[in-house]
Design a protein around this ligand. Structure first.
Ligand SMILES: NC(=O)c1ccc[n+]([C@@H]2O[C@H](COP(=O)([O-])OP(=O)(O)OC[C@H]3O[C@@H](n4cnc5c(N)ncnc54)[C@H](OP(=O)(O)O)[C@@H]3O)[C@@H](O)[C@H]2O)c1
Length: 313
């Protein structure tokens, strides 16, 4: 019988890609799930569902029982205030670490942080990811763990970046910060392959590792529009959006979210993240430690992402 891998956030964008590859590689997948309806997304892929959320320690115990590794993808990427992010991105990591540490034979832990943790003052999200890492560094005791800091992730199933690429495919690239801002990117299937490498490698040194698609220095908007333009065979125009044009909607959106109780993506803090000039990551440490090589830079990654552009003649 193959070994069990426990996954949180399996129903999310990154978690789904990871579960599919774990299943295809022959691991048995046990996943935490908050809503039964969401299990349909991974029918025949996840071998065992554990109902519950990150605040439910009994569910976390069931999730981790006899698992050789835990892949922690659950996280909150939109929210109205610090509490909304911390409850999941900080307290969730702490709960998981405590439950795993109490097991007789603790599993290894791979935890998804974010490159934004590098700039915790920018947003509630960034601060929560940084503090989640602090929990690992200070409270993981004897656990073997790594935290990953991915940059912007795209690929099949993504809901945040694909609308932007769809707009670009129509010829318009809205630029929210400086035009020469630089950022790294990563295709979701390269993340899934990295997780499988980590499982195959056995324990590696505890630590926080950034990662990207292998393009040194990342991309700027000219690079991205040139790639989309080539793939769509049409000109793509970068249009700078002045800060005030989004700041007012961001404040209004957050006020509405508070009143109506939804989790907003566009907030003044999210704008600060979007306008940050340097989200370029370094790949060296993780490549050395896992002997992992990303396969898809943006041009091939987009070719490998169905549905973002109309079919070409
Ligand atoms: N996507 C990116 O570009 C990117 C970049 C850097 C880092 N990351 C990090 O990577 C991780 C996964 O991101 P993603 O894009 O896959 O996010 P996502 O699509 O929003 O998925 C989030 C997952 O977390 C689960 N979840 C949320 N709150 C939970 C709770 N309280 N208890 C249990 N599960 C909970 C969700 O469950 P439901 O299905 O029930 O909602 C979902 O499965 C996150 O930690 C994120 O911060 C993402």
């Amino acid at each position: 019988m193959s070994e069990w891998i426990a996954v949180t956030g399996a129903t999310g964008f990154i978690g789904q890609a990871i579960c599919r590859l774990l299943h295809a590689t022959g691991w048995q997948v046990r996943a935490l799930v908050r809503s039964r309806v969401r299990t349909q997304l991974l029918q025949g892929i996840v071998d065992e569902w554990v109902p519950g959320d990150l605040g439910d320690r009994e569910a976390l115990k069931r999730l981790c029982t006899n698992a050789i590794a835990v892949v922690h993808c659950a996280g909150v990427v939109r929210g109205v205030d610090a509490q909304a992010f911390d409850r999941v991105n900080v307290d969730g990591v702490r709960n998981l670490v405590e439950v795993m540490s109490s097991q007789t034979k603790p599993a290894r832990l791979l935890c998804f942080s974010s490159i934004t943790a590098r700039e915790p003052d920018l947003s509630f999200y960034a601060a929560s990811k940084y503090r989640g890492e602090q929990v690992l560094e200070q409270q993981a005791g004897a656990l073997n763990w790594i935290a990953l800091r991915p940059p912007a992730v795209y690929g099949p199933g993504d809901r945040e970046m694909l609308p932007l690429f769809r707009l670009m495919a129509k010829g318009i690239a809205p630029v929210f910060g400086e035009k020469d801002a630089r950022f790294s990117m990563l295709h979701v299937e390269d993340i899934a392959r990295l997780v499988v490498r980590w499982l195959q490698c056995g324990p590696v040194a505890n630590g926080i590792y950034s990662l990207h698609d292998g393009r040194p220095g990342g991309y700027n908007w000219d690079d991205v529009t040139a790639i989309v333009s080539r793939l769509c065979r049409r000109p793509v125009r970068a249009i700078s959006i002045p800060p005030f044009m989004l700041l007012v909607p961001a404040w209004v959106n957050r006020a509405l979210a508070r009143r109506l109780g939804y989790a907003p993506m566009l907030t003044p803090e999210k704008l600060r993240e979007l306008r940050h000039p340097d989200w370029v990551c370094d790949n060296d440490a993780i490549r050395k430690v896992l002997d992992w090589q990303p396969e898809l830079q943006l041009e091939d990654g987009l070719k490998n992402t169905p549905g973002w552009r109309p079919p070409l003649d």
